[in-house]
Design a protein around this ligand. Structure first.
Ligand code: FO1
Length: 323
C-alpha cells in the first residue's frame, strides 16, 4: 500500500520538539527521524549521544521539561558520589540518564552498531518511530574558538558557549558512511517529503549534511525538502545559534538560514514575527509559509508539524502540475 512517508532531520532540543509533533500525526511506518551524532563524546568511560537521547526522551515523553535534555524526575546520587570522589562533574548525568549511557556503552562494546543500539534502547522506552543516527561511524563536531579548537561538549557545556567561535569542523565526516537506513528511506518511492527541524544550523544540521552524498541526495530528491527556521525575529529560541552568527559576522536572520540550505531546499517556514521576510525567502526561489513556530505546548508542536505536512503537500501538487 503506498502510504506517504516522511524523513525528518533533527539535532537536539528544538528539533526534537517538532519531531514529537510529527510523531503525533504520522504512524511509525510513515516517519523516520535522522539525528545528529556530532555531539557524541566519550566521557567517564561512557559513549554519550546527547542528541539521540534528547530525541528518545522527547518522543517517549520522558525529557526534562526545564532543560530539554536528560530525563525528567531524575535523581543525582551518582553525580553527588562522583563529586565526593573527585570525578568530573561539569557534565550533569542523572541516575536514570546514566543507565541509558551505560547500556549504550555496553551494547556498543559487544559489537552492536549505534543504529542497532539506538533502536533497542528507543524500543525499551516504547518508541516505535525509527530513530536513525546519521552514521554508525564516528563524527566529532569541533569548534574553532578564541580559546583554540574545542570538543563540542567542552565548548557547549564545560565552557557554557562563552568562547568566541570562528568556525566548525566535523572530524570523521568525510570518511563516515551515511546510515544505510537513511538511504533506504530516501529511495522509498512513497517518500512524500523531507523536513529539516529547527535546530542549530552550524552544530546540529550541518554535521548531518556533511556526510558524503547526503546533500546531493537532498538536491536530487523527487520529494520536496523544507526547513523550519531556527531563528525567530533575529533570535534563537534556545542555544547559541544567534551568538554564533554574530561571532561569524553572519546576519542573524531566518533569511540567512534559508540561503544556507537553499541549494537543496524547496520551502521554508517562518515564524509570524518574520512575516516581513516572506518576500526575501521567495526571492531565493523558495516557497514560504508563515505560522507560529515557537513551540511551548504540545498543540504548538502538532500544529507546526501539520503546517510542515501542508506545505509539503502544496509543493508536491506544484511539482505534479509542473511535470
Ligand atoms: N547540556 C548542558 O548545558 N549541561 C549539562 O550538564 C548537560 C548534560 C547532558 C547530559 C546528557 C545529555 O544527553 C545531554 C546533556 N546536555 C547538557 C545537553 C548536551 O550538551 C547537548 O549536546 C545539547 O543539548 C546540544 O545538542
Amino acid at each position: 500500500m503506498n502510504i506517504p512517508c516522511y524523513l525528518a532531520i533533527s539535532g537536539g532540543v528544538g528539533g526534537a520538539k517538532l519531531a514529537l509533533g510529527l510523531s503525533k500525526l504520522l504512524a511509525a511506518d510513515q516517519l523516520a527521524i535522522v539525528v545528529n551524532t556530532g555531539d557524541d563524546f566519550r566521557h567517564l568511560g561512557l559513549h554519550i549521544s546527547p542528541d539521540i537521547d534528547t530525541l528518545v526522551y522527547t518522543l517517549a515523553g520522558q525529557s526534562n521539561p526545564e532543560t530539554g535534555w536528560g530525563r525528567r524526575d531524575e535523581s543525582w546520587h551518582f553525580m553527588e558520589a562522583l563529586a565526593g570522589l573527585g570525578g568530573e562533574t561539569w557534565f550533569a548525568l542523572g541516575d536514570r540518564d546514566l543507565a541509558m549511557n551505560v547500556a549504550r556503552t555496553q551494547r556498543l562494546a559487544s559489537g552492536q552498531t549505534l543504529s542497532q543500539v539506538t533502536a533497542a534502547l528507543a524500543g525499551s522506552l516504547g518508541i516505535e518511530h525509527p530513530i536513525l543516527p546519521m552514521s554508525d561511524d564516528p563524527v566529532h563536531t569541533r569548534v574553532h574558538t578564541g580559546k583554540g579548537l574545542l570538543e563540542f561538549q567542552h565548548y557547549f557545556v564545560r565552557d557554557r558557549c562563552e568562547p568566541v567561535v570562528s568556525g566548525f569542523e566535523f572530524d570523521g565526516a568525510e570518511a563516515a558512511e551515511l546510515n544505510p537506513e537513511i538511504e533506504a528511506w530516501l529511495d522509498n518511492p512513497n517518500l512524500a517529503g523531507i523536513i529539516l527541524c529547527p535546530s542549530n544550523p552550524f552544530v546540529s544540521i550541518d554535521p548531518v549534511l556533511a556526510l558524503p552524498g547526503l546533500r546531493d541526495r537532498l538536491r536530487e530528491s523527487a520529494a520536496p525538502v523544507i526547513a523550519v527556521s531556527p531563528v525567530v525575529g533575529g533570535s534563537a529560541i534556545k542555544g547559541p545559534t544567534v551568538k554564533m552568527m554574530q561571532e561569524l559576522s553572519i546576519p542573524n536572520t531566518a533569511t540567512w538560514v534559508a540561503d544556507h540550505y537553499r541549494d537543496f531546499l524547496d520551502g521554508f517556514i517562518l515564524d509570524d514575527q518574520d512575516l516581513a521576510l516572506k518576500p526575501d525567502i521567495e526571492a531565493l526561489g523558495l516557497a514560504s509559509h508563515v505560522t507560529r513556530t515557537v513551540m511551548v505546548t504540545l498543540e504548538d508542536r502538532v500544529s507546526l508539524a501539520q503546517a510542515c505536512l501542508d506545505l509539503l503537500q502544496t509543493l508536491r501538487e506544484e511539482l505534479t502540475r509542473r511535470s
